[in-house]
Write a protein that binds this ligand. Structure first.
Ligand code: FNR
Length: 359
């Protein structure tokens, strides 16, 4: 358990270090809107809240699953929960597994409900856990939804990672069947393909967060956790760098008959949020971009950032003539560069996307 706890702190420390590095181009830069100079609306009329099935979320973006269970990460969860309460933003916690058999670690998750009694809170657990664990994770937070993460790429690169992914479909099915609240199946930064999304729908998933590549990079995080012995024993999988699909690639490639879509992975600012919404996400998850202000200044730093994101998202919707996030579905999207190449290889009609508002 001490090892699992150390891993939680490692993940936060290494994810933060990645934020300090200069950032390159991502697939978000390859998606552009056609500007229509007369299309704008009054920002006062823009309504940012989103409906996802029975849920009503005040903000179209949410804090994605990160952490909890150690002294440091409990403080992070507390500050995040306060910021979520103050802004109405939905939030998730990191994997609750570490807390299921450890009362002290459990406090590091329960703190979220204590600070944010009425907000929308998501518990989180990894595929392969017993269905009973999933139920306990939900109970611990009195969660409104359960995130179930699929992380085969991360496991491959992780020093203590699994090599057996064979039981995962069955596990997903069981956890969905047992969960007292809706399950959101998610990746951790490598994307969910068209085929995966179809399969998830067959397994009973109502929601999926594609969580694509281009943001927090768990290959590099896990790779940095190997000691030299484990590295020379073949633990180093840096060669897989770039593996997986971005959030936008997943959204554009998603099947019409899949689960309801959420998106995350590499969201840097409100314009990225708007792009993901326009590409088909019902709401947009943010982890790494909220972690840095959270660590630097807690809720006091995160609340004004979230308020700025709300105001800027509203302004961009007004510019694009969309009174709601759903109305972004008829914006004209120009897909360029690497993202366009992906779409062409996958048979996606880019010309149709560029003229969604009509000829
Ligand atoms: C994560 N992420 C994650 N996801 C999950 O389902 N369970 C978890 O326990 C964690 N832990 C975790 C720790 C830290 C420090 C970070 C930054 C992230 C993954 C996260 O939810 C998201 O899928 C990816 O980080 C991609 O989004 P960003 O960071 O690019 O916005």
């Amino acid at each position: 358990d001490a090892e699992r706890a150390a891993r939680k702190d490692d993940h936060v420390r290494l994810a933060r270090e990645q934020r300090d590095e200069p950032r390159g181009r991502t697939d978000f830069d390859d998606l552009e809107f056609v500007h229509h100079a007369l299309a704008g609306v009054d920002a006062e009329r823009v309504e940012l809240s989103v409906r996802l099935g029975e849920w009503h979320w005040p903000t179209p973006f949410y804090a994605n699953g990160m952490t909890g269970g150690t002294e440091w990460t409990t403080r992070i969860n507390r500050e995040l929960a306060i910021a979520a309460r103050e802004t109405g933003m939905p939030m998730a916690c990191g994997s609750v597994s570490v807390a299921l058999d450890d009362a002290e670690a459990a406090g590091g998750f329960a703190v979220i409900r204590e600070e944010n009694p009425d907000g929308f809170v998501m518990a989180n657990i990894g595929v392969g856990r017993d269905a009973d664990d999933a139920v306990r994770a939900v109970e611990l937070l009195r969660a409104d939804a359960l995130q179930l993460h699929l992380n085969a790429v991360q496991e491959t690169a992780m020093p203590e990672g699994s090599r057996d992914f064979s039981g995962w479909e069955r596990s997903v099915e069981r956890i969905i069947a047992a969960s007292p609240v809706p399950v959101i199946v998610k990746e951790v930064g490598f994307g969910l393909s068209r085929r995966t999304l179809r399969r998830l729908a067959e397994l009973g998933a109502q929601f999926a967060d594609v969580s694509g590549a281009g943001g927090t990079d768990f290959l590099r995080i896990e790779n940095a956790r190997h000691d030299s012995a484990s590295r020379s024993a073949g633990g180093d999988f840096a060669m897989l760098s770039g593996f997986g699909q971005s959030a936008l690639a997943c959204l554009l490639d998603a099947p019409a008959d899949g689960p309801r879509l959420l998106a995350s992975g590499g969201v840097r600012n409100p314009f990225d949020v708007v792009k993901a919404l326009a590409a088909g996400a019902g709401a947009v998850g943010v982890a790494g971009s909220f972690l840095q202000p959270l660590l630097a200044g807690g809720a006091e730093a995160l609340v004004p950032l979230i308020e700025r994101w709300i105001a800027q998202t509203t302004a961009i919707l007004a510019l694009l003539g969309a009174e709601t996030p759903a109305a972004l579905g008829s914006t004209d999207l120009l897909v360029r560069g690497r993202l366009a190449e992906y779409c062409r290889l996958r048979g996606i009609d880019l010309v149709a996307l560029a003229s969604r508002s009509g000829p």
